[in-house]
Design a protein around this ligand. Structure first.
Ligand code: SAH
Length: 368
């Protein structure tokens, strides 16, 4: 197999500097300025590599819009609010959200839109999609560039794209998992030479007795802290929606997807999507350490249910031609279903807020 240009680059780096941590490998695969997966393409949709909730049904973005309107009301209806989306993909969720909030004109008039997008290809796509929108909008490469002011932050399937570190347990401690060249000169996973000092005390309590060979993943990214700090200083709330686990647990969740199928993470670097599950316990702990209050995490099915997904779907069905009814039902089932290929249970939603906002809309406990 001819190596991809990025594989050639990774081999060069490994030959020069030795095995590279999984985090660095993932970061190069996704965000290398020339050959990175997101740098070079729009991976979404049926013809692409994967499909996300907003691309499955317009109802998803509409409900996120109504959630934002209701959160804005909780915030005391500030006259200006920064509506921030992290990793907007094709812009679909935001377009659906802004259409839905036409029913709350005062909120819509208060919005300045801030789109945080690392990929030049997707930024261009978003700019085209939103060209005719009648709200002020700005693009940023990182969240830190969003100016001060009360804010509402939303992110769907963005945190899973943040590179993860992996450590692997051995008899005398934890070692960083790395990508190296095996004796046959193929890219392979390996274990670094040196134990990570004091790591036993850093892993969550639940993992202290993990068996030899167990893998622990963590994200060193300071994005959660930056969001929490901003919400505490400026007021507002955020919503993180992604696949992941509610409790920290050992396991290798690094996965590669190309053309809607799982593939080997070490094959075709830069040509396939690489993600890892979001550890919602770690995420919640990080933002709470800054003084923010969390709501959830809860499963996507319950969150959307609380926001009135059934009613919204019924309205959409009633307005659509009869031959579309099955398609609409299928899409809603995909968003809410508990099966492995469905998103209702696998995806979790975490709310983050200034403590004065209390528990956020959509996180009401199950009746009974
Ligand atoms: N939210 C969209 C797209 C999800 S794909 C949807 O649900 O359809 C992941 C998105 O996050 C892409 O837009 C990708 O370019 C962006 N992204 C990945 N890493 C990022 C980073 N570090 N900073 C900002 N955006 C990032």
């Amino acid at each position: 197999m001819v190596p991809t240009p990025l594989e050639t680059e990774i081999r060069r780096r490994v030959a020069m500097a030795g095995p590279m941590p999984v985090r660095q490998f993932m970061s190069l695969c996704l965000n290398h300025p020339r050959y990175g997966y997101y740098t070079t393409r729009d991976p979404l949709g049926r013809g692409g590599d994967f499909i996300t909730s907003p691309e499955v049904s317009q109802v998803f973005g509409e409900l996120i819009g109504l959630w934002a309107a209701s959160t804005w009301h909780r915030m005391g209806e500030p006259e200006n609010v920064r509506l921030v989306e992290l990793g907007p993909g094709r812009g679909t969720m935001m377009l659906d959200a802004l259409r839905a909030v036409q029913v709350v004109p005062a909120f819509r008039a208060a919005i300045v839109l801030h789109l945080v997008e690392i990929s030049p290809a997707l930024r261009q796509r978003q700019q085209q999609a939103m060209a005719t929108l009648d709200v002020p909008m700005l693009w940023h490469e990182s969240f830190d560039e969003v100016p001060d002011g009360p804010l509402i932050v939303v992110a769907n399937e963005m945190f899973d794209a943040l590179p993860v570190n992996q450590a692997i347990k051995q008899f005398n401690g934890w070692y960083e998992r790395v990508v190296e060249l095996d004796p046959d000169d193929n890219l392979a996973f390996g274990i670094s030479n040196d134990v990570i000092p004091l790591f036993d005390q850093l892993v969550p309590v639940e993992l202290r007795d993990a068996p030899i060979g167990a893998i622990y993943e963590w994200r060193a990214d300071n994005l959660p802290l930056a969001i929490a700090r901003r919400l505490i200083h400026e007021g507002g709330a955020g919503l993180v929606i992604d696949y992941g686990h509610v409790r920290s647990a050992p396991g290798d969740t690094l996965q590669a997807v190309g053309r809607h199928a799982f593939v080997n993470a070490l094959h075709s670097p830069g040509e396939v999507d690489l993600t890892a599950h979001v550890d919602f316990q770690a995420l919640a702990a990080a933002v709470e350490s800054m003084g923010a209050r969390v709501s959830g995490p809860i499963e996507q099915a319950r969150f959307l249910g609380n926001l009135g997904v059934d009613r919204r779907a019924a309205t959409l069905r009633a307005a659509a031609p009869p031959e579309k009814a099955d398609e609409i039902d299928g899409a809603i089932k995909r968003l809410l279903g508990t099966g492995e290929t469905e998103m209702g249970k696998l995806f979790k939603v975490l709310g983050i807020a200034h403590p004065s906002l209390g528990k956020l809309p959509g996180f009401e406990p199950e009746p009974g």
